[in-house]
Structure formats: C-alpha cells, structure tokens
Design a protein. Structure first.
Length: 448
C-alpha cells in the first residue's frame, strides 16, 4: 500500500522537468573546456567535429535502446530495476550497489570539488576554501532535495535555461560572425603527433554520460512510459547539437591553432575577445551555473536508487533509507547518505579517480541492459515506445559499450580490476539481506 501511495503522490514531474534533468545532468563543464582535448587527439577541426557527432550518435543509440526498456518498466531505480527484471535479483542489486556506494557519490564529489575550484578562482578566494565550498554546495543541494521533487525539477529547469544561454551565444558567434575557415584547418603542423580518433570518441562519450539518470525517477514522472523515452531521446539530441555546434563556433571564431594553444582557456578567451572583460566574467558565471545544475541532477537522481533498494529491504538500515517524508514524499535519509559519502570522498579521497574506477563496471551493466532489450522483445511486453530501425540502434549501443570496455582494459587494467572488486564486495551484502527481500515479496503477494 505504501508503494502505491508514494507513486500517486510523487508523480508530479512533467516532460519539461524530465528533459531539463537529462540536459542538465549531461552538460557540466565538458561543453566549455574539451574542444582542445578532442582537437589534439584528432588533429583537424573536421575530424574533431565528427568525433563529437559520433559520440552523440553512439549515445543516442544507447538512449533509444534504454528508452524502449524504460517504456516497459518505468520504475524508480532505473538501471537497478531493469537489471533485476531482465537478469534476476543479484544482477539488479550489484548494479545498484556499485552506483550508490562508489559511482554516484564519487561523481557528486568530483563535480562539487571542481565547482569549489571555479568559485575560488572567480571570486579570488583563498584556495584553502575550495573543499569547504564544495561541501557547502552539495549540502545546500541536498537540503533543496528534501522538499518536493518539484523544487529540484524547477531548479533543474532554471539552471538548464541559464546554461543554454552561453551555449547559444557561442554558436551564434561562430555561425554569423566567425571569420576563420575552420573546416580546412588542422594542427598537424603545430603538434608533431596526434592521438587517435578512437581516444577522441572515448572522451566525448564520457562527456555525454549521465543521460540515463532521469530513469531513476520513473515513479515520479507523469505518464513515464511515454515521457521517459521522450526526455531521454530529445535530451541527447539537444546535447549532441550543443556539443557539435559549440565546438564549431569556437573553431570558427578563433581558429584551430589558437584553440590548441589555449587548451581549456579557449572559450574564456573567446568570450573576453568578443564581449570584453565582462563577457568573460559572464561566461564564467554560465559555467558555474552549468556545474551547479549538473550537480543538482545527480543529487536528485542517485538517492532514488538507494531508496528503491532499501524499499526492497536489500540494504543495511533499509527502514531508515526507505523513509519518505510525510509531506514532501522524498527519501531524505537516502539523500543524506549519498551526499554524506560524497563529502567523505571530497575530504579524504581522490573522488575523480574513484569515479573513473567505476566506468568499466557501469558500461558492463549498460551492455547487459542493451542485450536485455532483445530479451524483452521476445517476451512481447506492452511498450509505448519501440526503437526505430530495430535492431540497428541496439547493435550500435552494444558496439559502443564494447569499445569503451576494451579501451578501459587497455588503458587502465588496474582500475578495471579495482572496479570489479567494488562490485564483488556487494555479493556478501546481497546474500545477507536477500532473506529480508523474500519476506517483503511474500507480504506483497499476500496483500494482493
């Protein structure tokens, strides 16, 4: 009964809220700082733009695949719920365990730490305050998410609109005022050797990551079987256009050589050059807002995985972690726990490294979910959305995941082994609490 009441009371997020969460959770700082990195790997503007486009197409294929899955089981927990229904409880548990213990908190910690650096630089504050600022930032966002999900969603809409303003300005600057013939420029004459196209695509795929997190709010979205696919697909399409055209705008405005020379300072230089000192300051504000919006999306979505697992009595302190505030109907103790782990990571660990460790296992679960979409097709479940050009998008998504997994093994074998160990630690936890889950399932059956 409690679960049905929660679904009824919390189903308040519409398409615009879900779309803003997809865009806001994907776009952090990458669109403002990664043009030089991708250019250096590819060696030419044309190939760099194609790398951004290829990353977007691969991500869209993954999004289309998960959108079809989500339309058949739009429940809180997202990937955790999908894995359980497609492969069994232990696989669902392990995918959720990895996300709530390390990956989610580490992502929040990494973004918050970077936000602290940006704020310190912008206001000229003592660098010693960057960690306290990071901690205060995620604490304030956690408090925001104690209230009804409408407030977190409204904040996502506001920050997404704000971050799109500098994006559109850069695009317009390049399209209408850029004087560089960027598409024929390269940096081969400047840099003696360039990286590989594959490495460049890998970097763009990481910049697109975060698109799946809105699925964690499945029970809180109006008509989720229809709205979730729409939000995921259109969100990825909009982000792809933003990444490609912002990169083109930068190259067209200041040229490949200057982008290569300035690195992550290319867009601030462009803003100051085109709009003066105040333009550069405004762009810095835009980047800070972008980071805050991205951080809010993760603080809002990752605790829903913990709540779903606790609601199934699969975690220690499940009663507390599955508690919903009687008025806001938000899982406040799950929010506190996720943010608390993130704060510990900020203060005592290298959060960026911890988030990198989980990339391999995250994509392992992605890959399983993509294969699982074929399994669901054979089961002939009711679905509002079907992937067009089936099975091509699924095959592209599978190929993209394999590409990431192979790259991770080649480039960070130790990290891969550590990430697998993190997942395996969850096995004894699963076995310890699986009996409690069975009791919950039996009660549900009896109530029915």
């Amino acid at each position: 009964m409690k679960k049905e009441q929660v679904v009824e009371l919390n189903r308040s997020l519409g398409l615009w809220s879900a779309l803003a969460l997809v865009i806001g959770t994907i776009i952090g700082s990458g669109v403002f700082v990664r043009q030089a990195a991708v250019l250096d790997q590819t060696g030419s503007v044309k190939v760099a733009l194609f790398a951004w486009l290829a990353g977007g197409i691969m991500t869209l294929a993954a999004g289309l695949t998960i959108a079809e899955v989500a339309s058949q089981m739009p429940k809180t927990g997202g990937l955790y719920y999908y894995m359980e229904k497609m492969y069994g409880r232990i696989w669902g548990f392990l995918s959720g365990w990895m996300q709530i213990i390390v990956y989610g908190p580490a992502m929040i910690a990494t973004i918050a730490a970077y936000l602290g650096i940006l704020i310190v630089d912008f206001f000229g504050i003592n660098p010693a305050f960057k960690i306290p600022i990071a901690v205060i930032s995620i604490t304030l966002l956690a408090i925001l998410n104690f209230f009804s999900n409408r407030y977190g969603a409204m904040f996502a809409i506001i920050t997404t609109v704000c971050k799109l303003v500098p994006v559109l300005a850069i695009i317009a600057l390049g399209l209408f005022f850029g004087k560089e013939q960027s598409l024929v420029q390269s940096i081969n004459g400047i840099q003696t050797s360039t990286g590989s196209f594959g490495v460049a695509i890998l970097g763009t795929l990481f910049a697109y990551d975060g698109w799946i997190l809105v699925a964690n709010l499945g029970d809180e979205i109006k008509n989720p079987a229809r709205r979730l696919p729409q939000a995921i697909i259109w969100g990825i399409v909009i982000v792809t256009f933003a990444y490609v055209f912002v990169s083109f705008g930068v190259f067209q405005s200041i040229g490949a050589a200057k982008v290569h020379q300035l690195g992550i300072g290319a867009i601030p230089y462009l803003a100051s050059k085109s709009f003066g000192v105040y333009g550069g300051r405004l762009l810095s504000i835009g980047v800070i807002i972008s980071i805050v919006g991205c951080l809010n999306g993760k603080v809002m979505t990752f605790p829903r995985i913990m709540y779903a697992m606790a609601d199934n009595r699969e975690l220690p302190f499940s009663k507390q972690l599955s508690y919903l505030h009687p008025k806001s109907r938000t899982p406040i103790w799950s929010v506190v726990t996720i943010v608390g782990i993130a704060i510990i990571m900020i203060v005592f660990f290298d959060a960026d490294r911890l988030s990198e460790l989980c990339i391999f296992t995250v994509y392992c679960f992605y890959l399983m979910a993509f294969f699982g979409s074929f399994k669901l097709r054979r089961q002939n479940l009711d679905r509002v959305f079907s992937v067009p050009l089936y099975p091509l998008p699924q095959l592209v998504a599978i190929g993209s995941s394999i590409f990431v997994l192979v790259s991770e093994i080649q480039n960070d074998l130790i990290g891969v082994m550590l990430s697998l160990m993190i997942v395996l630690v969850g096995v004894p936890v699963y076995w310890k609490y699986r009996n409690q889950r069975s009791i919950v399932d039996n009660k549900v059956v009896q109530e029915r």
